[in-house]
Design a protein around this ligand. Structure first.
Ligand code: KG4
Ligand code: ZN
Length: 342
């Protein structure tokens, strides 16, 4: 007899995107994301405004996800939600909503770790892409996180390196701010870098043993360099914007790849992957493909919509946890600093 299909409704609200998705086994039937424009005015995510916007968006987003998936809520097998890590007020909106649906409909709840979900986005069915084989190394780079993860199985992962201060996305955004770009400036650095000369300006890389990262020193050295150059020429940034963006992007990718290459060699890995919002960066994507060719290994990059925060990755993680009967009960709550475990 054929196995029964599994339908998961997933909710993600850890930062400033409200998202809901429905999956049927490993296929995503819908993935709806409502972005919050309000934070642009403030140059960064304002937690109180984020949770209010989640409250406004969550019901229409979940309803749209079910409609698009042409799935009735009664036919859902479990409700998956992001437990953490993230902004507490934002997480609480998703957690409370998931718990109330589960209670009303008597469905099981699955509490998902957002950082596991970024990695497991690679296992969403996509005909155009092959899936990584275990064990592999995943570099998760977003506005809030920079982690080098050894992935042994779907729910068996180990963080071998992480940032000691700023995340890679935060470095992009903070340096973008120094260059005069609005928040989030990462994508704008990427766009301007395409026309620039990456070798024009040299910035020092941190010297840290092992697999850990640091980005705050780079931000300070870019700031000091810009301050001294603009004293000599007030239009320095404007006149050199492309080369500055290209040089900054280049050094951030070099910092990320130095440790990734060390891990490839140390663990004799055959598959590498990237995850998180910064994996949308064009230099990082082409660089990863280059590393794959250089080391004769497979490089995996998720579809853009599964790189940034989304509920599809929560759904696929929920599906793997559902199969193992890893359920949460109604006492479950959000955890802003959730440790790295499923
Ligand atoms: O995963 P994500 O959507 O949200 C977090 O969980 O943080 O990542 C957002 C981060 C921001 O810092 C943004 O500037 C960065 O990803 N980002 C990029 C690019 N697209 C998004 N950074 C560099 N180049 C890009 N193309
Ligand atoms: Zn994220």
């Amino acid at each position: 007899m054929a196995e029964k299909d599994t339908f998961i409704l997933a909710i993600e609200s850890s930062c400033d995107d409200t998202s809901a998705a429905v999956c049927k086994n490993e296929t995503i039937l819908s993935n709806v994301v409502a972005n919050q424009e309000v934070h642009k005015l403030y140059g960064g995510v304002v937690p109180e405004l984020a949770s209010r916007a989640h409250m406004k968006h969550i019901l229409p987003v979940v309803k749209t996800a079910l409609d698009k998936a042409q799935t009735r809520i009664e036919d859902i097998d479990a409700i998956a939600f992001t437990k953490g890590p993230g902004l507490l007020g934002s997480l609480l909106v998703g957690v409370s909503f998931a718990k109330s649906i589960a209670l009303a409909l008597n469905k099981p709840l699955v509490d998902v770790n957002h950082m596991y979900a970024h990695v497991l986005a690679h296992f969403i069915d996509d005909e155009s892409k092959s899936k990584p084989e275990f064990p592999f190394i995943c570099l998760t780079v977003s506005g809030g996180h920079t982690q080098l993860i050894l992935v042994r199985d779907y729910l068996e992962m180990e963080v071998i390196g992480s940032t000691l201060d700023d995340a890679a996305g935060e470095a992009f955004d903070k340096i973008a701010k120094l260059l005069g770009f609005p928040y989030p400036g990462g994508p704008l650095i990427d766009r301007h870098a395409k026309q620039g000369d990456a070798t024009r300006f040299k910035f020092n890389k941190p010297r840290i043993e092992g697999y850990n990262y640091s980005f705050s020193g780079l931000k300070t050295s870019v700031m000091n360099f810009l301050n001294s150059e603009t004293q000599k020429d007030p239009d320095f940034i404007k006149n050199n914007l492309e080369d500055l963006c290209s040089s900054v992007q280049h050094v951030i990718i070099e910092i990320l790849f130095d440790k990734l290459e060390k891990a490839i060699k140390d663990f004799k890995i055959k598959d590498i992957a990237v995850a998180g919002g910064v994996s949308a960066n064009s230099g990082l994507r082409s660089g990863l493909e280059g590393l794959g060719i250089q080391y004769g290994i497979n490089a995996h990059i998720p579809k853009f919509e599964y790189c940034t925060d989304n509920a599809a990755m929560i759904a696929i993680t929920g599906k793997f946890m559902f199969e193992k009967r890893m359920f949460a009960d109604q006492r479950v709550s959000a955890s802003a600093r959730l440790p790295f475990r499923p």
